[in-house]
Design a protein. Sequence first.
Length: 352
Amino acid sequence: MQEYGIPDNAMLLLRRKGANVGGRQIEQDAETMRLQILGNPELMRQLQQSQPELAAAAQSDPGRFAELLRHTAERHQEVELERQREIERLNLDPFDIEAQRKIEEHIRQQAVLENMEHALEFSPESFGRVTMLYIPVEVNSHPVKAFVDSGAQQTIMSPECAEACGLMRLIDKRFAGIARGVGTAKILGRVHSAQLKLADLYLPCSFTIMEGRDVDLLFGLDMLKAHQACIDLQKGVLRIQGREVQFLSEHELPDKARFMEEPQEPVSSSNPASGSNPGQVSGGSGFPGTGNTLGSAPVARPPTQQTNTNPSNRFPEASVQTLMGLGFSREEAIRALEAAGGNVDVAASFLF
C-alpha cells in the first residue's frame, strides 16, 4: 500500500473490471463518478450550476444519481442511432444532390472533431486563456495600469483617465473626430506631451483621448518604437532603455481586463480607431464570430453586427430540445451545438 502511495484511513473503491451483469457496470461507473464529483469541489460547483438535480443526487441519493446517468446514456444512444439511420437514408440514393451535401457536411464535421481531438491531446494549452500584457506606470504622478499593444498605432487614453491625470486642459481639439471600426468611438483630441514614469524612467509621451474604450491607457506602437522598447515574452517583461518592467500577473489586472467579464476589444491595427489621421472616417470589418466559450454569458454584439436575431434557427429544434432535456438552458444548448458543428452527441459531451 505504501508503494502505491495510499495513506492510512484512505477510502478505496474496488470493482471488477469488465463486469456487466444486468446493468451493474453502469451503476459501478456511476458510483465512481459520484465519488469523483464529491471529492472535487470545483466540479461539484459547476455541476450545481448546470444540473442542480444531478448534483443533489450525487450528494444524497446514489441510486437516483445512477438512474439519471442511465437516462443520459440512453439519450446519447438514441441520438447516435438516429444519426446512423440518417446516414443510411442519405446513402440510399447516391444521385441525390442534397443528400450528398449532407454527407459532405458530416465528413467535414468529423474532420473538425478529429482536428480538435488532436489539439486537445498534443497542444491543450491552445484552449487556455491568455492574460493580456499590462504594466504599471505613472502619468503626472497618477498610477495607471497600461495595456501594452504593439498592434495599436497610437497611444490611447480614456477621458476618465485623462481627467484623473489632470490632462483634460491640455487636449488639442483640432485633432477631434470619429473613429470607425468594430463600432464607433469619439476622439476628443490629442495631448501632445505629458510625463510618463516607467520604472525609474521619465519619458515624454503623447496621448490620443478617445471615448468608448474599456482600457484606461493603451501603450501603443508609437511610444514603443520611439523609446525602442522590446516585449520579451520569455521573461515576461517589457525591456526599455536597459530597464526590465515585469508584466502584471492576472490577479493584478484592472477589473475591466478580467476575463470573467465580457471579452475586451483592444484597439489594434485592424481597427481604424488607432489611425494617425484624427477626424478621418475609415471603414473596417471585424471578425464575425462572438468568441464565446461554453458556460460563459452571451456577449452583446454591436448593432451593425447583428445579422441573426435567433441563432437557434441554424439548428433543428429537436436538437436544441434534446440538450435542454439533459438539464441545460437554451443558450447553453445553442452554444454547444455551435461548437460541435450541429452534432447533438458531441454537443452533449461538451456540456458534460
